[in-house]
Design a protein around this ligand. Sequence first.
Ligand SMILES: C[S@@+](CC[C@H](N)C(=O)[O-])C[C@H]1O[C@@H](n2cnc3c(N)ncnc32)[C@H](O)[C@@H]1O
Length: 183
Amino acid sequence: MFSTPISSHVGRGEFTDVYDPAEDTFLLMDALERDVNEIKKLCCTDINPLAAACSVESARSNGVNLQPIITDLVTGLLPRLQNQVDVLIFNPPYVVTPSEEVGSHGIEASWAGGERGREVMDRLFPQISALLSSQGLFYLVAVQDNNPEEIIQSLKSSSLKGTVLISRQAGREHLSVLKFWKA
Ligand SMILES: C[S@@+](CC[C@H](N)C(=O)[O-])C[C@H]1O[C@@H](n2cnc3c(N)ncnc32)[C@H](O)[C@@H]1O
């Protein structure tokens, strides 16, 4: 078991407007720990510049080197990373909200998922197959409102197979981590 990373700086001070690790974060970490032998090195993107800066501090606090890219989803990574990504991880804004709340670059971007909580993650799905290497894996956090089974079915049209890797009830949220790979 890995020890829980240091994150005492998140959600306070200069990082007040950054998502504080919560049940979804910890479920994702548990899922990744299961597959750790397949995960070697990671970069990250975020739409919230403070979240990117916070990730640098998180990495520094935990002895890891990280260079976040401030961008919308994976904009700018293609075509450079075409078929190059071995592990793609997204803990998206998955909460059902009015569509008007989607599109913030601040703390609201942490949760505002719009209709069915799917408006942000649905924009990423068409890009996954182009990014993943032949042995690449995609991990996605989702809640019941997002209809995980439908996500698994719909990604089949991008030649991706998927499964529910782990699920947990956390308060009112039924959280899952979905795992996809190229068929
Ligand atoms: C649920 S939080 C997860 C934060 C952290 N990765 C974790 O697991 O605790 C969602 C994160 O996605 C970011 N985000 C939301 N919309 C985005 C977009 N269109 N492109 C890139 N990042 C986005 C938010 O700023 C926020 O940091």
